[in-house]
Design a protein around this ligand. Structure first.
Ligand code: ASP
Length: 308
């Protein structure tokens, strides 16, 4: 049995000490550390990277602090539309959903699509019908209502602006994701989001697009992104990191830095990513003010951080 490692993010954006209260910081750190310990416990007992990233993302989807699952932001039409994806680095199998409503844990639906269908990517009503047939839990609209997120949306609902939720106003929230290496040497990645505040209905970001917001390949690394999806889509960010390793022999750190701190900056794409390679090295670069993040390898204590 080999080394194992896990990392997660809870979104990147204009997250500064000045925009945070001590109380809120404690809550964020507790949620990040609970989630990383959930995934770590699965890996420590010999579980798979896929199970670890799924459980970690479920833990983050269940807290209203982050823009995924329960905490999803409002669309232009005052609803919640969620995107998510999961990928297995060993088999290159993947499952993804876009624009689903009412699903408590979209990441569980992506896992069901990956494990129990011949498809990779489902959207809207078809995805929800598949969910019903696979005992995925639904919640009423009220479950997803959060007063702070409603206030964020109210500030921009009459405009054409759509914003990274953690860049709006005082309160910061964010897309969630996890990447892991298990003791069997397999990698996996998972990402889940409510998208961007005031996004047009049926707008889809980078999160569920395999190769843009989410990617895993045992030959290179596992990656989960967060940031302005329109840029991450066009820059094919996650696959670009993997390609730099595969075709140019870059280390994980070099590949991540080139994509996030150089290419994306020149392109104008705000955000960051988390990545792990098959030796258990972790990289968590971001070009924004902050990124909610945590990591834990083998028997180390959890590392939790928010700012630069
Ligand atoms: N990447 C997500 C999107 O564009 C947003 C985020 O990461 O917060 O939908």
């Amino acid at each position: 049995m080999g080394d194992f490692a896990i990392a997660l993010h809870g979104g990147a954006g204009t997250i500064t000490p000045a925009s945070m209260t001590p109380d809120l910081e404690i809550k964020y750190k507790a949620a990040l550390s609970d989630a990383i310990n959930t995934g770590h416990a699965i890996l420590a007992s010999g579980g798979t990277a896929l199970d670890a990233v799924e459980a970690t993302v479920v833990s983050l989807e269940d807290t209203p602090l982050f823009n995924a699952g329960k905490g999803s932001v409002f669309t232009k039409h005052g609803r919640h539309e969620m995107d998510a994806a999961i990928m297995c680095g060993e088999t290159l199998k993947a499952g993804a959903v876009a624009g689903v409503h009412s699903i408590r844990n979209p990441i569980k639906l992506t896992r069901a699509i990956m494990d129990h269908s011949d498809h990779v990517f489902m959207s809207g009503y078809g995805a929800e019908e598949f969910a019903r047939n696979h005992n995925i839990v639904f919640e009423p609209e009220a479950y997803f209502f959060d007063p702070l997120r409603y206030q964020q949306w109210s500030e921009v609902r009459d405009s054409d602006r759509f914003i990274l939720d953690h860049t709006a106003g005082e309160e910061k929230f964010g897309t969630v994701g996890a990447v892991a290496l298990d003791q069997h040497g397999n990698l996996a990645a998972a990402t889940s989001t409510g998208g961007m505040t005031n996004k047009n209905y049926n707008r889809i970001g980078d999160t569920p697009v395999i190769g843009s917001g989410t990617y895993a390949n045992n030959e290179t690394c596992a990656i989960s992104c967060t940031g302005h999806g329109e840029y991450f889509l066009r820059a094919v960010v996650a696959y670009d990191v993997s390609c730099l390793m595969e075709y140019k022999g870059y280390t994980l750190q070099q590949a991540c830095e080139e994509v996030v701190l150089d290419k994306l900056v020149k392109f104008g794409g705000e955000g960051g990513l988390i990545a792990v390679d098959r030796s258990g090295s972790i990289a968590m670069p971001f070009n924004s003010e902050g990124m909610y993040r945590a990591s834990r390898s083998n028997n180390e204590q959890a590392q939790v951080a928010i700012y630069k």
